[in-house]
Design a binder for this molecule. Structure first.
Ligand SMILES: [Zn+2]
Length: 517
């Protein structure tokens, strides 16, 4: 009996202590900011305390006494989870000591990037991870395993069905790469060699990923009318999700080219019906009306390049094949809106940069489809292809299952501008999207899709990936003629509890981590 009374007394004393101001110690304390936590639909007045790499307290400043080494006064500023980019082409920046800071993304407020999209990934992943880790990375990195990369290892560039043995070998390599820390697989079914794979092959590999609790990310077989068509490509994606029992994520969702404009309504209906059936379908989107890809992938028929670029030019020397190739190339150019809609943004001959295919053809006094093969002889040519309709862009953007993804690679402004551009254009100027939806679609929703734990939400116990920006000045600076301008208006970026951007300046600290599933 006596013991019970003493126990009660201790409990009452504890409760009393909790009601009073308890004290915590922190490395960084953020006060006075307008906080979007990544989940809520309205901003809140909250303070955030960070210790080590973790958010240790979120709450009302008056409730707690926090002793912090550094206090950031965020008055008039937005405090948000660091942005998470589910689709980038930063692979070759991150294992390069000159670029592993990842500043193009960092200045947009991105604290985590994904690599290995579109079916192409660094291989072997374990080696890549070690190298990046050793150099240090400016943002966190999530890796996916590229289906095309695995297929190439086993089957080269060959345009045929995989044999049973080859499929088993691919499954084994898939497991090896997942064991190295990948969060899932990606496909580039539009590109060679991914385009040579059947749906069954993809399902068999996705099955391995599903067993590892990973995700399926895809650049679909067709975003236009190249092969099976846009809507059948969405249906194929959903079929893969259903048969392999895996969450599927459509990368850079779009209606590419006049032939498929306004199909967003049908696609949304198909996706939401699948969701109602319990299939996890989501998508990411960049907010620009031009896509970017290689000139070869955009306009050269896939069969013509089977075996690689050398094989393409061998076929091109054959008069009969040449006629067919040129005819289909002409069709592909028309599909993308004509030669004037294809702007060269990267080429070995830098004089071509900033010119469209029509201008280049005129300079060469050739037809556009002929000019393509003239300039492809130089090597890799990248184009911005203006092929999207604003109706579809906005239609997709406002869906709760569509998140922000840059698809950022060199030459297109999206690498330096996606997140602030979306904010400036679609939140601030045109009111297509409300502020909280923009934040949530750039943080917590993306973390959930990638199955990234303890990131994307400002919450006690989560990693401290936090950005602070000025809503009046946060903006992109990159455009098609100068795609290499850092974004502005980001005042602080904190990654894993450490300052990467302070008072708008890069701290030269590489605070990112190679994340492991
Ligand atoms: Zn892609």
């Amino acid at each position: 009996m006596e013991r019970k009374i003493i126990g009660l007394f201790v409990l009452v004393a504890l409760l009393a202590a909790c009601n009073g101001k308890s004290k915590i110690e922190a490395d960084i304390l953020i006060v006075n900011g307008e906080v979007y936590d990544g989940v809520e639909t309205m901003p809140q007045s909250l303070s955030i305390a960070i210790k080590g790499d973790t958010i240790v307290w979120v709450g009302d400043q008056n409730d707690k006494e926090v002793v912090a080494t550094k206090t950031i006064d965020a008055k008039g500023l937005i405090v948000s989870p660091g942005f998470i980019d589910p689709h980038t082409h930063a692979t070759n920046d991150l294992d390069n000591s000159k670029h592993s800071h990842n500043k193009p993304f960092l200045f947009q407020g991105v604290t985590t990037v994904t690599v290995g999209n579109d079916g192409s990934s660094p291989y072997p992943l374990a080696e890549y991870r070690d190298k990046c880790q050793e150099l240090g990375v400016g943002t966190n990195v999530v890796a996916l395993v590229g289906h095309g990369t695995i297929r190439k290892q086993v089957m080269g560039e060959s345009d045929r069905k995989a044999s049973k043995e080859e499929l088993a070998q691919m499954q084994q390599l898939m497991q090896q790469e997942l064991d190295a820390g990948a969060f899932g697989m990606s496909t580039g079914l539009f590109y060679a060699p991914g385009s040579y794979a059947t749906t069954n092959e993809v399902v068999a590999l996705a099955g391995v990923v599903a067993k590892n609790n990973g995700i399926y990310d895809t650049h679909m077989r067709d975003e236009s009318t190249y092969s099976i068509g846009l809507i059948p490509a969405v249906q194929e994606t959903i079929e893969i999700g259903e048969r392999a029992n895996i969450p599927v994520h459509i990368s850079h969702i779009k209606c590419l080219g006049v032939d498929v404009w306004k199909q967003s309504d049908s696609i949304i209906k198909i996706v939401e019906e699948a969701q109602d059936k319990g299939i996890h379908v989501t998508a990411n989107q960049y907010p620009y009306d031009a896509s970017a890809t290689s000139l070869k992938a955009a306009v050269v028929p896939r069969w013509a390049e089977s075996g690689g670029t050398d094989s393409l030019f061998i076929r091109f020397q054959d008069a009969e094949l040449r006629k067919q190739i040129l005819k289909q190339t002409q069709t592909n150019i028309a599909r993308r809106g004509g030669p004037e809609k294809l702007l060269v943004i990267q080429a070995p001959d830098t004089l071509l940069q900033g010119k469209n295919l029509l201008e280049i053809a005129q300079d060469l006094e050739k037809k556009p489809e002929e000019a393509v093969f003239d300039i492809l002889k130089q090597g890799y040519i990248k184009i911005a292809s203006f092929n999207m309709n604003p109706y579809d862009i906005e239609n997709f953007m406002v869906r709760p299952w569509v998140v922000t993804g840059s698809d950022g690679g060199s030459g297109h402004p999206r690498k330096y501008g996606t997140f602030p551009y979306k904010y400036r254009e679609f939140v601030k100027e045109r009111n297509v999207l409300d502020f909280a939806s923009f934040i949530n679609q750039s943080s917590s929703k993306t973390a959930k899709i990638l199955k990234l734990s303890k990131r994307g939400v400002l919450k006690e116990g989560h990693y401290a990936d936090i950005i602070i920006f000025d809503p009046n000045t946060f903006t992109d600076r990159a455009n098609y003629l100068d795609a290499f301008q850092f974004a502005e208006g980001l005042i602080y970026s904190i990654i894993n509890g450490k300052l990467s951007i302070e008072e708008g300046e890069f701290t030269e600290k590489l605070n990112g981590r190679m994340l492991k599933k």
